[in-house]
Design a protein around this ligand. Sequence first.
Ligand code: 13P
Length: 286
Amino acid sequence: MWLLEPCGLVWHSDWGIKVYLARACILAGMDASRRPLIGGNWKMHGDGAEAIALARSLRSWDGVAEMVIFPPAVYLSIVADELGDCAVTVGGQDIAQEAQGAFTGQTSADMLLDCGCTWTLVGHSERRHGMGETSAQCDAKVQQALNAGLNVMLCVGETLDERDAGQATKVVRDQVEQSLGGLKSLDPMRLAVAYEPVWAIGTGQTATADDAQTMHCALREMLAGRYDASSATRTRVLYGGSVKPANAAALLACPDIDGALVGGASLNADSFLPIASAAETWKASS
Ligand code: 13P
């Protein structure tokens, strides 16, 4: 008899085997729309010449994974020009929650589009925790971006204290529910979620593949509960936090991890491209 456990595990009581339901779905071609997505968040690194050189070193990418890079705002245009019509696209690291006006230092959705962006990050932990950005602000930013025609990569993740207190799933759930408070329907082609545990960002400490898979599965269930199962199944959920060529394959092999949001290792094509290629390996072996 087949038994369904939480997080997609299917257990056959007579045969004594467990398989991932999600992997079975992949084998059945049910989530073919979940093309792996690899993001490179450059944060506040490099100068103009380095931005152009790094973009140039990614130009030849033609793998299975969709690749989007998030350079500093002031270099968006030159990076987009350098990439031209190659397969790599560009996104903003942040977006204003208003359309226009007297908001010194902010970058609007239309400005990002004007610079060649197709994506924007919203709610990165360095903004939530370093700059006090709230989920309510993220909600407004998600609306601005989607209404203007940008795709959104919503970042969520718990701190170490929150994880140690057993609050990780609750924190992530609250972030998802509040950051998507105004989103009435989920378009899997326009919104991706990046799970980035704060304690894993820039620390060299990565979530284990099992822990990441558990949270990704929970995230997908949150989306299914909030929207519908079909949209949730097709929405890409990325992992971020010290992703490197050495750990990418194990993370991307998890059935609910559909890509990676990479910080430090995205600053060099020699480390970023192998991560993107690991997604290709995952795809090929699924
Ligand atoms: P690191 O890969 O440097 O840990 O950064 C992750 C991140 O914050 C991506 O947005």
